[in-house]
Design a protein around this ligand. Structure first.
Ligand code: ZN
Length: 398
């Protein structure tokens, strides 16, 4: 919409999106007006998968030969840094996200460390407390690790944060943890996220019990695989067979999916989060985001953490995919906003510039001839946000 205005009420809700001349006549004299100048006004961007507590790893890990080597380096970093480091990393990550026009994040947090820093940030966040490690206990008795994650999530909810749970991945937590997390999430009304089919190695492990990941977990981690019997099916099929896809998940990555996996995800109502530059960093083969969308599986965008991505900018992810694939910009914008919001259960609240939604907005400056083609300006000219609003309140001004 050209020469547009967004009218916002005193509670930060959008009451009208219309040409300025129409909105102008609705208001009363003395209503505050912000003239954002020549700019693109977009819904605030939604980062549907990140780990803000790893923001202190920015630029420190070169691309690994093996995913497991990278994961080991990240875990070593987590064990050796200072007690205050996670909160400082979260604080930095939140500030960098806002400056990049990101207004909502799905932040996956190992044991919730440092996540309390988000309670002081205007950034809209859902903190998914991560569960690692196996237990052979049946899902009817929540495992100790899950119980700790639930307690941590409740404590963060007590600070006013939105929370959820995240069994890390089938290979690192076991299917029972998924069922236990589902039971907790269903009873608390929490969303769930997890990493699925990020690497070929994890699929090999499940299908054959062999490969680099099997060697790592069996011999080095000594967690569980002494008693592991490969189910001889994909991790997604194994979860579905156990009943763990009986509700929607926010599925990070989904880098390697066959048609049967995609159909199982579609039937579960799950959303896949594609993290384009992290995907590129690890040297994965083409991501199936177009096959997913064609099959009716929503796809959102995420940055992943700064341990594998160069920035926390979802706009940069859009630009990367647009330059490489020529993907339609309308689709990319929906992946960067509404798809992530819907997956987080925030559909109708954020993700769109529409009446009744809250005013989470980002203004990107245009200059000269670019204004004639706003998509071109957005995707090729790299404008930096000059204004960011959350709940109708300006939180970034350049
Ligand atoms: Zn992740």
């Amino acid at each position: 919409m050209d020469d547009a205005a967004v009218a916002v009420d005193g509670d930060g809700r959008i009451v009208r999106v219309a040409p300025w001349r129409d909105v102008q006549s609705d208001g009363s004299p003395g209503d505050p007006v912000i003239d954002a100048g020549d700019c693109l006004l977009l819904p605030g961007l939604v980062n549907a998968h990140t780990h803000l507590a790893l923001s202190d790893l920015a630029g420190r890990l070169p691309p690994p030969r093996r995913f497991s080597a990278w994961l080991k380096a990240v875990m070593r970093h987590g064990r050796t840094r200072s007690h205050d480091a996670p909160a400082a990393a979260v604080r930095d990550g939140a500030a960098w996200s806002l400056a990049a026009g990101v207004t909502t994040v799905a932040d996956v947090s190992f044991s919730g460390a440092g996540a309390e820093a988000l309670a002081e940030s205007p950034l809209r966040s859902t903190v998914f407390v991560e569960v690692f490690g196996h237990s052979r206990k049946r899902h009817t008795r929540p495992e100790p690790r899950l119980a700790m994650a639930v307690a941590r999530a409740r404590a963060l909810a007590g600070l006013g944060l939105s929370v959820g749970l995240s069994p890390h991945a089938p290979y690192s937590t076991g299917v029972a943890a998924y069922l236990a997390a589902m039971a907790e999430a269903d009873c608390c009304g929490w969303p769930l996220t997890t990493h699925l089919h990020e690497t070929r190695d994890e699929i090999d492990l499940y299908r054959t019990g062999r490969g680099p990941m099997a060697r790592w977990w069996q011999l080095r981690m000594m967690l569980w695989f002494g008693g592991f019997t490969p189910p001889r099916v994909s991790p997604i099929r194994a979860l579905a067979d156990a009943g763990a896809l009986a509700r929607p998940w926010i599925v990070a990555h989904g880098n390697y999916l066959d048609d049967a996996d995609i159909d199982l995800l579609r039937r579960s109502g799950s959303t896949v989060v594609y993290c384009p530059r992290s995907h590129h960093y690890f040297g994965h083969t083409d991501h199936p985001y177009r096959r997913l969308a064609a099959a009716g599986v929503p796809v959102a965008l995420g940055t992943d953490s700064l341990a594998s991505a160069p920035s926390l900018s979802v706009l940069d992810e859009m630009r990367f995919v647009a330059a490489r694939d020529g993907a339609p910009p309308e689709n990319l914008l929906a992946m960067a906003t509404a798809a992530g919001a819907d997956a987080l259960g925030l559909g109708g609240t954020v993700g769109r510039l529409a009446e009744g939604e809250v005013a989470d907005l980002v203004a990107l400056p245009l200059s000269g001839g670019e204004a004639r083609d706003p998509w071109l300006a957005l995707l090729t000219c790299h404008p930096v946000p000059t204004g960011v609003w959350i709940d109708g309140r300006q939180v970034v001004s350049a």
